[in-house]
Ligand binder design. Structure first.
Ligand SMILES: C[S@@+](CC[C@H](N)C(=O)[O-])C[C@H]1O[C@@H](n2cnc3c(N)ncnc32)[C@H](O)[C@@H]1O
Length: 263
């Protein structure tokens, strides 16, 4: 398949429109959701790889593209003291400033990263997690150009929610995809990086957790007819305890890592 065919798999309808406004509006929801997570963030595959393979040194220059509220930067600060984060949303960066107030030698730059970073070999480690900032071949080429050693990307691959599975079985049809079900994105990134002449590795991790949601929170994420909505509501109500439905989740994430010096 041609590189342009893979590029089509990177784009998503969810990421159309005024990115700054979209992410400014989502910033509070994103911050509170990620902060309340029970996940031990330092145990994520990204950081295990950094530790096991000694990818970072004290003097490594790190760039986090679409850094959001700064949760990865906070972890990176344990390994290096030359940190740069960039984000198109000023509100996301306000959360990041607060979260990273004790971190020195940190630069947070506001704007579209493609307009801010174009110096060859400027960083030792160019990182991007779950961001629409990487949605064209040109973006991956730029990551490679500004890196002198590693590039790393982290992305959701799949998300199974036990309650949604039951709803699917009840309706006898598949529900609309949750946004974390984006297998094709990592597949495309791997192929694009390979086609650019590098040797990308792809590794996976799974996370399992229980979560409680309200009937309305479930319904917000389901595209259905009025008739189906009635059935789903009845089913969810039968599962409700103290106003919440408890479900079991299994999330799979991919980490793609490549070394700019290996071609
Ligand atoms: C889902 S959030 C992920 C944030 C962070 N990487 C994390 O995993 O916690 C996606 C972020 O990408 C940012 N973003 C989207 N397009 C961008 C662009 N062109 N340049 C810089 N940041 C961008 C958004 O503002 C948002 O903060």
């Amino acid at each position: 398949m041609e590189i342009k065919e893979f590029e089509k798999m990177l784009a998503s309808d969810r990421h159309q429109g005024n990115m700054e406004q979209i992410w400014d509006e989502k910033s509070s929801w994103f911050f509170h959701r990620t902060e309340k997570s029970k996940e031990k963030f330092e145990n994520r595959l990204v950081f295990r790889l950094i530790r096991d393979r000694v990818l970072l040194q004290e003097n490594s220059h790190i760039l986090d593209i679409g850094c959001g509220t700064g949760r990865h930067l906070l972890e990176f600060s344990k390994y290096s003291s030359h940190l740069t984060g960039t984000d198109i949303s000023s509100k996301m960066l306000t959360y990041a400033k607060e979260k990273l107030e004790k971190v020195s030698n940190l630069h947070l730059l506001h704007g579209n990263w493609m307009e801010l970073f174009s110096k060859e070999n400027e960083y030792d480690f160019v990182f991007a997690s779950m961001t629409p900032a990487i949605s064209l071949v040109e973006h991956i080429e730029r990551m490679c150009f500004i890196s002198r050693k590693y590039c790393m990307m982290e992305r959701f691959v799949s998300h199974v929610d036990s309650v949604r599975e039951e709803i699917q079985a009840m309706l006898g049809r598949a529900l609309n995809r949750l946004h974390q079900n984006e297998k094709e994105y990592s597949y495309a990134v791997w192929n694009i990086v390979w086609n650019l002449g590098y040797f990308p590795e792809i590794l996976y991790e799974t996370e399992e957790y229980e979560e409680e949601k309200t009937v309305e929170e479930y319904l917000e994420q389901i595209e259905c007819t009025k008739e189906e909505e009635k059935k789903i509501r009845e089913f969810l109500k039968s599962r409700e305890k103290n106003g919440k439905i408890s479900s079991f989740h299994k999330i799979r994430r991919a980490v793609i890592l490549w070394d700019i010096q290996e071609r």
